[in-house]
Design a protein around this ligand. Structure first.
Ligand code: NZQ
Ligand code: ZN
Length: 385
């Protein structure tokens, strides 16, 4: 096992009757900004419940945060926060609202020029406004991690940052609120959580059985519970299992002491930046292609994954690797998520643009052991044409 530090200070309130606890988590004299997306919280009743929970505070609202939240929208919130001297943020929604809030919280006290530098130049975040979250969509794990992904419309870029200053103070996880999700968002959440696990699990063996088994347990739970939620998002028990799986998939626990990859995400972000394809859909395209391109380098873990998650124990090694990749594709497609670039009308020219961009950024050795070179990226995407 590799050396590691593990720190996660996020207080979690999970379940049906948790919103009333918010007021015990925000200092009484604070001015609060309530941030939300395109309006799902009005349709599913979460807005009224949250407003009731924070009725004793001076609250400013900021709505309209879009999926794949933009720098441009986030900076509008920063201006209001500075003008109104707001000192606590409350994000209500999915990963996009939470990520935007993380960026807004970091951009407000930022004094070293344009806050976009936090993303483009990876300038470390050293200060952040405090914030909490109310989660209505199981997918990203943003509710219990220190990462955020922000898009800049003017430059068609989508970049991530991560800082220990950017953990939420608390997160209220509401499986009930997620009952109103369209099937497509449920499927996206299952696939995103699934790939978060594989990014941390499917590298090479370092004799870390506890992390491997945590990872396999999350994957198996997603495979068992995911289809139940996809069939009926109002199935509370299944949704609760999906929500907790997604949180556990990316709260730092399974990354302890093991190598990570994350190149599926890096390539996927480009597909979103260039074509607006949903985050999880990009992962479903890239993951099988990358595994095909790196099947020799990742063989040990592909075999372990096949056996531990899909019960693939017979056949030659090559046959078992093929079956593990095919089973994954079948699972994604069973949730209505297509895995080919052509399914999204994307062709070779996008592959060239992505490879060129990675070369310009000097992203020459991404991921697990630096294996994802520009030529591996090209090959991986060509498998998915
Ligand atoms: O905007 P509203 O009206 O709220 O509608 C949203 C949005 O249209 C809707 N929705 C959310 N909860 C709902 C609901 N609709 C009905 N009922 C509910 N209960 O769902 C749509 C998608 O929401 P979004 O927040 O965009 O989805 P998700 O949670 O999948 O977040 C995706 C974003 O997170 C980033 C992605 O790149 C993408 O930008 N990620 C963040 C990560 C992190 N911070 O650690 C890791 C991930 O890998 C990912 O990159
Ligand atoms: Zn993701």
């Amino acid at each position: 096992m590799e050396d590691f530090e593990f720190y996660n200070p996020v207080k979690i309130f999970f379940g049906k009757d948790q919103l009333s606890k918010i007021s015990s988590q925000i200092p009484k004299d604070h001015r609060v900004m309530l941030l939300y997306g395109g309006g799902s919280i009005f349709r599913n009743g979460v807005y009224n419940k949250v407003k009731e929970a924070i009725k004793d505070y001076n609250v400013t609202e900021f709505g309209g945060i879009e999926p794949n939240p933009s720098y441009e929208t986030a900076m509008q919130a920063v201006e209001i926060i500075k003008k109104d001297k707001i000192d606590f943020l409350l994000a209500v929604g999915g990963g996009s609202v939470i990520d935007a809030t993380k960026f807004i919280a970091a951009a407000t006290p930022y004094t070293r020029g344009d806050p976009w530098n936090i993303l483009s130049k990876q300038i470390p975040v050293t200060a952040s406004l405090p914030f909490g979250t109310v989660l209505t969509l199981p997918a990203t794990g943003s509710e219990m991690n220190k990462n955020a992904v922000i898009s800049r419309i003017s430059t068609t870029e989508k970049l991530a940052f991560s800082s220990p200053c950017s953990f939420p103070r608390f997160s209220v996880l509401l499986p009930e609120a997620a009952a109103s999700l369209p099937k497509k968002q449920v499927a996206n959440g299952i696939v995103d959580a699934f790939v978060h696990v594989t990014e941390q699990y499917l590298t090479y063996p370092v004799n870390a059985p506890i992390q491997d088994r945590f990872a396999e347990a999350i994957l198996k739970t997603l495979i068992e519970e995911g289809p139940k939620v996809y069939a009926d998002p109002a199935d509370y028990d299944a949704m609760a299992n999906l929500m907790w799986s997604a949180t556990m998939a990316l709260n730092g626990l399974i990354q302890c002491g093991v190598p990570g990859d994350w190149s599926v995400h890096s390539i996927g972000h480009e597909l979103t930046a260039f074509h607006g394809i949903d985050h999880a859909q990009t992962l479903a395209i890239v993951l099988p292609g990358l595994w095909k391109a790196l099947r020799e380098e990742k063989k040990d873990k592909l075999l372990q994954y096949g056996a531990g998650v899909w019960n693939i124990t017979t056949g030659t090694e090559d046959e078992r690797v093929d079956a593990a990749i095919a089973g994954t594709v079948e699972f994604f497609e069973s949730l209505g998520i297509k895995t080919r670039l052509s399914d999204y009308s994307v062709g070779r020219e996008t592959i060239e643009r992505i490879v060129k961009r990675f070369e310009e950024r000097k992203w020459l050795e991404l991921g697990d052991r630096g294996l994802t070179t520009p030529s591996v990226t090209k090959q991986a995407l060509e498998y998915q044409l």
